[in-house]
Design a protein around this ligand. Structure first.
Ligand code: ADQ
Length: 491
């Protein structure tokens, strides 16, 4: 809550970590105890890097808790950590989260359209999914409104909550509301295809401040508003009947210090030693992604296969470690992707493996923070081949862990991060497998001096544009709109 920020406030990350310890213990105590897990994902990683805000976090807990006793127990446990759950039943989750959010908005915002064979079915069920989307957003609004106190700033995150600003303003027009999109906002020509295009834009415009990772996304949003709603663009955002919604870019970052500090932890150093011994004599390439169609994992594997086809002298001298944590496993598209990835990995390992070594190690799971840091630190080349990506924090995390090794980042030009790390990375079009294969060769052969120069550029950026700074800039922009000046803000 902006008006009460003080230096001594508990950080979000520390109470999540503390809570994890407590619930891990409480888990075995009885049926009212809950075990909390942190999901792997960019939004979670970014928010873990935000400290010094006295914030309460309101969100869906990711589980169906139909009974009142269970709901009360979970609410109580979370309340101690200033987290407030919104309970959604199974049908709403199916229609809202798996349906409208992840099967319609997510692919559309990443320029992937709708799954071909499901297109007609999706079109038919569109209305009911959109109704569920609005209903779920209203349920979030009800909970926010219940806990709102005068002077609070409400910061809504992501495409799941585009309707929330409107619902909140209907409750209280004085409430200060910001909305931030973690994905790309597509060209207005793409947004135009959405049957609910106007309603969604109109709902977002109820916010006081709308934020995106890059100026391109902000520009696309403004164009969609002018072309679809016919309202005016101003230098600060968009204006409708005298009411201004400020629109701007707020590029996210990571808590780089947390990664750099971790490299000194004995456990991480031990893991690094093990990995170096395990892959001695081979260059290590790394991919870390949620298993999602936007991450371009099949394209990455095909490019690596092409590289091996054309460079037999590298066959037993390079290994690709692909860590792909499954997400949204209820959505059929994601199940198909998993099978496709397994099939390609199997084929490449069959073609180029030997009795003692395989070219690809693929893991379908999440790694803990320390294991991830050790992997980043021993990697020679990181491969990020997103077909579209709002920002891509994996590229930032890799750079933060590379100050000794100065490895090379191959980065998709379709990730938001290409705009900040483009000067240090090798930028590629992930659809062009020949180009990516050539980039792999260039990265593996890159002279130390060039690696150093490229790394320096990126390291400087990652360590100065942090998650904390991102959050401070965003919240400060809302507070400025409220006319509040805070001494404790030095951003
Ligand atoms: P994501 O699509 O989840 O985020 P990204 O920004 O790369 O993508 O963040 C992924 C996070 O999950 C990283 O912190 C990474 O360490 C972690 N992670 C991924 N795979 C993992 C694994 N196997 N084990 C452990 N951890 C793993 C969304 C948008 C992005 C945007 C972020 C933040 O899609 O474009 O950058 O939000 O706004």
């Amino acid at each position: 809550r902006g008006s009460e920020i003080s230096e001594n406030d508990i950080s979000v990350s520390s109470y999540v970590e503390k809570y994890l310890e407590e619930v891990a213990k409480a888990h075995n105590k009885g049926e009212d105890s809950w075990l909390l897990e942190i999901n792997a994902g960019g939004l979670v990683s970014a928010l873990l890097g935000v400290n010094d805000f006295e914030a309460r976090w309101i969100g869906w807990a990711g589980v169906n808790v139909p009974d009142e006793v269970g709901q009360k127990a979970l609410t109580k446990a979370l309340a101690e950590k200033r987290c407030i759950p919104v309970f959604l039943d199974e049908e709403i989750v199916h229609q809202y989260y798996n349906g409208y959010c992840n099967n319609i908005l997510w692919p559309l915002f990443h320029y992937l359209g709708l799954p071909q064979e499901d297109r007609l079915a999706t079109t038919r069920s569109f209305q009911s999914q959109f109704a569920a989307y609005k209903e779920a957003n209203q349920m979030f609004a009800d909970v926010v409104n219940k806990h709102y106190e005068e002077g609070d700033v409400v910061w809504c995150h992501d495409y799941h909550l585009m309707f929330l600003p409107k619902c909140l303003k209907e409750y209280n027009s004085k409430m200060k509301v910001g909305w931030f999109l973690h994905t790309p906002f597509p060209s207005s020509e793409i947004h135009k295809t959405l049957p609910s295009r106007s309603e969604l834009l109109d709902a977002v415009l109820a916010s006081d401040l709308v934020g995106f990772h890059t100026y391109d996304y902000a520009r696309h949003f403004v164009s969609a508003c002018t072309r679809i709603l016919g309202i005016e663009a101003t230098p600060e955002g968009v204006e409708d009947q005298g009411r201004l919604t400020r629109v701007s870019a707020f590029p996210i970052g990571i808590d780089s210090d947390r990664f750099i500090r971790a490299l000194g932890v004995p456990l991480v150093q031990e893991r690094m030693k093990e990995l170096k011994e395990r892959f001695a004599g081979r260059k290590v390439m790394l991919g870390v992604d949620r298993l999602d169609m936007i991450k371009g994992i099949p394209q990455k594997l095909l490019a690596f296969e092409k590289f091996l086809e054309e460079n037999s002298h590298w066959h037993d001298k390079v290994v690709l470690l692909q860590i792909a944590v499954p997400t949204r496993t209820d959505v059929p598209e994601y199940q198909k992707l998993t099978s496709q990835v397994h099939e390609i990995v199997g084929r490449i390992n069959g073609r180029f493996g030997t009795l003692t070594a395989v070219p690809i190690h693929h893991l379908d799971r999440s790694l803990d923070f320390h294991a991830l840091c050790a992997l980043y630190a021993v990697t020679d080349v990181a491969l990020v081949t997103s077909l579209r990506d709002g920002m891509n924090l994996v590229s930032y995390e890799f750079v933060a862990c590379q100050d000794s090794k100065k490895g090379v980042l191959i980065l998709s030009e379709f990730a938001g991060a290409a705009q900040s790390l483009g000067a240090g990375a090798i930028l590629v079009n992930p659809w062009n497998i020949t180009e990516v294969a050539a980039a792999i060769g260039q990265a593996l052969d890159m002279p130390a001096e060039e690696r150093e120069k490229r790394h320096r550029h990126n390291f400087e950026h990652v360590t100065t544009h942090t998650a904390q700074q991102w959050a401070e800039f965003f919240v400060r922009a809302i507070l400025v709109l409220m006319g509040i000046f805070l001494k404790s803000f030095n951003c």
